[in-house]
Write a new protein. Structure first.
Lengths: 298, 278
């Protein structure tokens, strides 16, 4: 099938133009793909999203499905933060993605510095045994497909149990703080693109994360679901009342935020964290400084 | 874990010298970020990747010549594009052996090492002027972490084992001048002060080291051997360790993996980078 480029007259030098217009994330995608594929435990690499469909813009994330032999899945997820920190330069430990659809695996979002900009790298780690079923549900471009060594029934069960346990594990205050940082990056992207409905949805997720952070810090044994009985459980102490005031400020902000609203929410959450669970900030001071610097440069 | 070996006082390893005019530093920073510099990657064994240098003064006068050696330095063509920087270098009036700009990218490291081993045995000193930096960029020497803040000249004694990192970025850019001792240098050095902000790194407990070794082994078993090595090399920036410990841990990891050739390679790397007498 001839392409537009192959039909162009030979004297037109279009290669350089094509090179100049390639997505800025492509070198990062290549680097992450090369990194992940170095392990024989990785059986599949699938690129999803706009970089697979050719609709990427400068804000697009890098979105992979990573097939991992079922036998190696627990070790792989245990090593992932170290791998992404050391070899990919992730600013923070990965956020366990609660937005991504359940495809039999588990998603993580990393914020990675690339050429002076903060880029979002989504890794959906799926057991190799689930890849065929997963491919029926999601599109994308397969970068790597290695026939896995034999997968036994017990390995499949072990991987499924591991995914279920990871998914069900309560998040710590540090993880919830990181969730805010990742959601703020997503929100800035929605705002710049004018995606108001998605911004509305993610803004609500940010407020919910703030509520979860407060409950994890100050009402960890709460028997009540979600937002129920929050005031009654927290109003007893000055710290609790201050956090309720923060939450009130969050939920009375505009339904669709502007960039300044997102920044104000982040400032509020960091102060709230210092007040309610200061240990959650341990070791994150430089990462927070770098995060803010990259957001300013965005 | 045995305690780190006592080392010389911090003031023998790194000191703050004169403050510089803030507006001058801003002009120098602008020049460093915008001048047409031929950045070169050199000293590959010493770094993770991401350490780039370009010369402002050297014996050849070529900005792309970045492997330092003894000699009388003269300006390179690059320095002609940097009048504020050239003005400061002239004003200091030092006997320059080599002057470089050094750029350390985010997530880049100069591993624990010693410098000057290959040079003539004459008195020389290394001066740093931070032009563009961030709080996650720091030097470790003698188990102490020092962020070289902007706005002043620093003196590093690189014959002590030291390492440098820029964990998170953005880029860190320093002007580095290797200078021969003379009266001008002596006058500058008279105003030496201990670093205002230095952080003694904690000693690593056995449990912490065991956990990090297990993490490295997990990476290596998955096939991420280079990441496993780098994870261990990074311990130098988190803990006060006896000299060369990170290299010993890597060699030990390879022994455990049954790779005697890699063990030999890292044992040799330790000797080379730390300038150990065989």
């Amino acid at each position: 099938m001839p392409t537009a480029l192959s039909l162009a007259p030979a004297e037109l030098h279009l290669a350089e133009l094509t090179e100049a217009n390639r997505p800025a994330q492509l070198p990062l995608l290549t680097r992450i793909a090369g990194l992940l594929s170095a392990s024989p435990a990785v059986t599949h690499l699938l690129v999803r999203g706009s970089l697979a469909s050719g609709t990427a813009d400068r804000l697009s994330d890098v979105d992979f499905v990573v097939g991992v032999h079922d036998r190696d899945l627990p070790a792989f997820t245990s090593a992932l933060n170290d791998l992404m920190t050391v070899a990919a330069g992730a600013l923070l430990p990965g956020w366990r993605d609660t937005i991504v659809a359940d495809l039999g695996g588990i998603g993580f979002v990393f914020l990675v510095q690339h050429e002076g900009k903060l880029q979002q790298v989504d890794l959906y780690i799926a057991p190799a045994s689930q890849i065929t079923a997963l491919r029926r549900k999601v599109g994308g471009k397969m970068l790597l497909q290695r026939p896995p060594a034999e997968i036994t029934t017990s390995q499949i069960e072990q991987a499924q149990t591991h995914v279920a346990e990871l998914t069900a594990r309560p998040r710590s205050c540090t993880e919830l703080l990181i969730e805010h940082l990742v959601l703020a990056v997503l929100l800035h992207k929605r705002i710049q693109r004018g995606q108001r409905f998605v911004a509305y949805a993610e803004w609500h997720l940010l407020h919910t994360a703030t509520k979860d952070l407060i409950k994890t810090a100050l009402a960890p044994t709460s028997r009540f679901w979600g937002w129920y009985q929050l005031r009654e459980e927290l109003v007893l102490t000055p710290i609790g009342r201050a956090c309720l005031a923060d939450l009130d400020a969050a939920i009375t902000s505009p339904a669709v935020p502007a960039a300044a609203d997102v920044n104000a929410a982040l400032d509020r959450v960091i102060v709230l964290t210092e007040r309610a669970c200061p240990n959650a900030l341990d070791g994150l001071a430089d990462a927070l400084t770098a995060y803010r610097t990259y957001l300013e440069l965005a | 874990m045995e305690d780190a070996q006592p080392t010389a006082a911090l003031s023998g390893q790194i000191v703050q010298l004169d403050r510089l005019d803030g507006s001058l530093i801003e002009r120098m920073r602008h020049e460093a970020l915008t001048a047409p510099a031929p950045w070169k990657a050199e000293y590959g064994d010493f770094q993770s990747g991401g350490w780039w240098t370009t010369s402002l003064m050297n014996a050849s006068g070529d900005a792309a010549d970045v492997r330092i050696a003894d000699g009388a330095a003269r300006p390179t063509a690059l320095l002609e594009h940097m009048p504020a920087t050239a003005g400061l270098l002239a004003e200091l009036g030092l006997n320059y052996m080599w002057v470089r700009l050094a750029r350390l990218e985010p997530n880049a490291f100069l591993w624990e090492h010693r410098d000057y081993d290959e040079l003539d045995q004459v008195e020389r000193h290394r001066l740093h002027i931070p032009l563009h930096t961030n709080s996650s960029a720091f030097l470790v020497t003698g188990g102490t972490k020092v962020h070289m803040g902007g706005g002043r000249i620093w003196r590093l004694t690189p014959t002590y084992a030291h390492g440098v990192c820029n964990l998170l970025g953005p880029d860190r850019i320093h002007l580095i001048a290797d200078v021969y001792a003379d009266d001008a240098y002596a006058r500058l050095a008279e105003r030496a002060q201990e670093p205002a902000e230095a952080e003694h790194l904690p000693a690593a407990s056995e449990a912490e080291l065991a956990e990090r070794l297990a993490a490295a082994r997990r990476l290596a078993d998955l096939g991420y051997v280079e990441a496993a090595e780098q994870l261990l090399l990074r311990l130098f920036y988190s803990y006060a360790l006896p000299e060369g410990t990170a290299y010993d841990l890597i060699a030990g990891l390879h022994t455990a993996l049954g790779d005697s050739e890699a063990n030999r390679r890292w044992t040799a790397a330790k000797s080379k980078l730390l300038a150990l007498v065989p």
